[in-house]
Design a protein around this ligand. Structure first.
Ligand code: 5RP
Length: 232
């Protein structure tokens, strides 16, 4: 089974949790896109859902495939969000934001009764941090914000390159008009502490640590999909 087939397996298993009439948060990334494709097939055969997309990219795919969309202001309380992740640890803490949509993804997940994460098994790790942590920052005062991130990291015994994400001919800009610093800390032993320290920096808009958000992770490997449950 190749990586795409594993993503489809995870997406199929997540679709089994979607009930007729649900208000759904719809994630971003290649795994979430497989979910959108399968969801669109169900919608075409009469299944009713209303989706809130977590990015302009996801919104475009949903429109193209006929998945009905609403804004989060129109549907401020959602039943379920299904989204991908860059890393998942055994407590279902996540690193997200590889696709640059972490702010909307976190807002949508927080507005949902439940979040299900879908991923192939390469995303499962013992400790978060091998994947560079995306930190969404306001373009104003970028240098100061970067220094503040370095200070926080040093206090927590973390170090590593902080690189401003690029795209095409300049800095990558998120749907919200912000930039992303990818922090290569290597290993994050205390994700909770890092999360709250980063949240205290004014120039940090949001970061890609999703803690206590996912209720289930559906992880697909060559033998099929298995479900991990959060112990909360
Ligand atoms: C986007 C994300 C994605 O969910 C994450 O990057 C995983 O993407 P993929 O399914 O393509 O590996 O957080 O901001």
């Amino acid at each position: 089974m190749d990586a795409r087939e594993m993503k489809i397996k995870a997406a199929e298993a997540a679709l089994a949790h979607v009930e007729d009439g649900m208000r759904l948060g719809i994630g971003t990334g290649s795994t979430a896109e497989e979910f959108v494709r399968l969801l669109a097939e169900k919608v075409a055969s009469g299944f009713r859902v209303e989706g809130v997309p977590t990015s302009e990219r996801t919104a475009r795919l949903c429109v193209e495939l006929g998945v009905p969309l609403k804004s989060l202001d129109e549907l401020p309380a959602l039943d379920l969000t299904v989204d991908g992740a860059d890393e998942v640890d055994p407590a279902l803490r996540l690193i997200k934001g590889g696709g640059g949509a972490l702010l909307r993804e976190k807002i949508v997940a927080a507005a949902s009764e439940r979040m299900i994460v879908i991923a192939d098994e390469s995303k499962l790790v013992d400790t978060l941090g091998a994947y560079a942590l995306p930190i969404e920052v306001n373009p104003f005062g970028l240098v100061s914000t970067r220094m503040a991130i370095e200070k926080v990291a040093a206090r927590l015994g973390l170090s590593g390159e902080l690189s401003l994400r690029q795209s095409g001919d300049g800095e990558f800009t998120t749907d919200g008009g912000h930039h992303i610093i990818d922090a290569s800390f290597g290993r994050i032993p205390d994700a909770e502490a890092l999360s709250s320290e980063l949240n205290s920096i004014p120039g940090v808009v949001e970061h890609g640590l999703f803690i206590n958000m996912a209720a289930l992770a559906i992880i697909a490997g060559p033998a099929g999909a298995r479900t991990l449950q959060a112990n909360r």
